[in-house]
Design a protein around this ligand. Structure first.
Ligand SMILES: [Zn+2]
Ligand SMILES: [Zn+2]
Ligand SMILES: [Zn+2]
Ligand SMILES: [Zn+2]
Ligand SMILES: [Zn+2]
Ligand SMILES: [Zn+2]
Ligand SMILES: [Zn+2]
Length: 529
């Protein structure tokens, strides 16, 4: 059955959900900000609602029973829920009533008084009025008590609002038509969305970007002729839109052959053009190139084909330039030679100075090391006639004499040493340790009086807990001036100081170590030098 449709519907390609915003505006114009609420009711737009109520056949006497008489109503709370769920579980934006093209004019009992479209998920209030679930939810706002916009009766949104399943079934069974141009489809409202998803007459925006629409069923035909379809350029193999191919080849394609702009030579590949016109390595006879004598001062630029002519015409000028250049360079070279000669002289002078400096450094290093030795000797040497002597005998050869470090009677006094001989005196039955004080050839002997006379108090320390130290005195009488560095003649002491066994195994030796102390006091002597 052919159905006439409004012109605005014919041109529309949008889904039937898209008109929600327009309908919501219309609803708010009719009912103000929403349903009245409790004692703070500020509802003002009631006049229009009252008019609607008077000719609304669904207003009174509605029941909560479906056609088979079974109780199906359930209490539904219209709390705000901006998202609703499809039958297949996917979430879609909240929408008001169905605004489809119905086959016959819509009976008023199917119309939502808020959005003026066919009821979607209808809810019935205590007073018997029906609204789309979303319309009631959006218009109610927060709180539990709302007021019906049609008859101003209060109801509890938790317990006095019910889903009207029978009405929902009736609405979904209404026959509707597809609004897409030339589509003959007719079916129940519940099937409309499914049809719209597959309708071959739906207009689709071209995916190539040509900004035109084509019917879903005409997609292949359009894509074969679309001005934005991609083609391969036969020269560079790039993908280019059909409508731009000509422009691409004439202006951009790197592999397209063009004419030389200066010489008119035909068939030069566009990307090879810079090589052709290069002023140094190119071969374009018309490109401008500099004269070969540019470095000599001829800054003329001529076309490549005229270069030979310029060279012939300017031979005289070029020779003059070369001569000037040669003269300047010669002077420059002479200046350089002078500078090099001066630098060589400076260099050899510096080499000599460097060798002198090296020699001085070596001498000073020798001085420093001998001073360092003297300093360490002086630091470890006593100049008050006292000696603290630690003797390690555990690993010694007992036949060799053990000499103490030197010590002095004063900073400019006599140089002395102690000498210990562990097998100093050997008899048939025993061997004795001997100890001597030695007068050595010293640094200050020239200013000292000889012969040397002194008394030496010697202590051998007891290293047991008894601390019963051994004290003895050695008298040095009239020892002559020493002439050799070490001479056993210049010594006085005890040949049988102690039995060696007693010394090593007794209380004086601990872990192979002996401790001696010597104090030397010089005696007045006749002033002979
Ligand atoms: Zn509605
Ligand atoms: Zn009501
Ligand atoms: Zn259709
Ligand atoms: Zn297209
Ligand atoms: Zn190309
Ligand atoms: Zn050229
Ligand atoms: Zn020139």
């Amino acid at each position: 059955m052919p159905v006439s449709r409004p012109a605005s519907r014919r041109s529309s390609v949008r889904g039937f959900y898209d008109r929600f915003d327009t309908r919501r505006e219309r609803r708010y114009q009719r009912f103000g900000v929403g349903f009245g609420r409790g004692t703070f009711d500020n509802f003002t737009g009631i006049d229009g609602a009252m008019v609607l109520e008077e000719d609304n056949p669904i207003g009174n006497g509605a029941t909560y029973y479906d056609t088979e008489g079974a109780a199906t109503a359930t209490a539904v709370s219209p709390t705000p829920d901006p998202m609703s769920t499809h039958d297949d579980g996917s979430e879609v934006s909240a929408v008001c009533g169905y605004e489809a093209q119905f086959e016959t004019p819509l009976d008023k009992k199917y119309v939502c008084p808020v959005c003026l479209s066919a009821l979607r998920d209808p809810l019935q209030t205590k007073c018997g009025h029906r609204f789309c679930k979303v319309c009631l939810t959006l218009a109610s706002g927060p709180g539990n008590v709302a007021k019906c916009p049609l008859d101003k009766l209060f109801f509890d949104v938790r317990s006095e609002v019910f889903e009207d399943v029978a009405m929902k079934r009736e609405v979904l069974s209404l026959l509707v038509l597809c609004t897409n141009l030339d589509c003959e489809w007719k079916g129940e409202l519940r099937l409309l969305e499914e049809h719209t998803d597959d309708c071959p007459h739906l207009l689709i925006l071209c995916s190539n970007g040509c900004l035109t629409h084509h019917k879903r069923m005409d997609a292949d035909e359009h894509h074969n002729n679309c001005p934005a379809r991609l083609l391969e350029c036969t020269f560079c193999q790039q993908s280019v839109a059909y409508k731009s191919l000509n422009q691409h080849q004439l202006l951009l394609c790197p592999r397209y052959a063009i004419d030389g702009p200066l010489c008119g030579k035909v068939g030069i590949i566009r990307e090879d053009m810079p090589k052709h016109t290069d002023h140094k390595d190119g071969d374009c006879p018309k490109s401008m190139v500099p004269c070969k004598f540019g470095a000599m001062g001829c800054h003329v630029q001529v076309r490549r084909c005229d270069l030979q002519l310029h060279s012939q015409e300017s031979q005289g000028l070029h020779l003059d330039l070369v001569l000037v250049h040669y003269t300047t360079q010669t002077e420059h070279v002479q200046e350089q030679a002078c500078t090099i000669h001066e630098l060589q002289e400076t260099c050899s002078r510096l080499v000599g100075q460097n060798a002198d400096a090296d020699r001085k450094i070596r001498e000073l290093s020798g001085d420093v090391s001998s001073l360092r030795n003297e300093l360490s000797l002086a630091t470890n040497t006593n100049y008050t006639g006292h000696l603290q002597w630690k003797v390690q005998i555990s690993s010694r050869d007992f036949t060799a004499p053990v000499l103490s470090p030197p010590f002095y009677t004063s900073p400019v006094g006599y140089k002395l040493r102690l000498c210990l001989e562990l097998r100093g005196h050997v008899t048939r039955s025993d061997s004795y340790t001997s100890i001597f004080i030695m007068l050595c050839k010293g640094e200050h002997d020239r200013n000292l009086y000889f012969p040397f006379s002194a008394v030496c108090s010697l202590t051998l320390f007891d290293q047991s807990d008894c601390e019963n130290h051994l004290n003895t005195t050695i008298t040095c009488q009239k020892m002559p001036r020493p002439h050799e560095v070490s001479s056993t003649m210049q010594r006085r002491g005890r040949l049988q100081f102690m039995k060696t066994d007693t010394l090593i195994n007794g209380r004086f030796c601990k872990t192979g170590t002996l401790f001696f102390q010597a104090r030397v006091n010089t005696l007045p002597t006749a002033h002979t030098t």
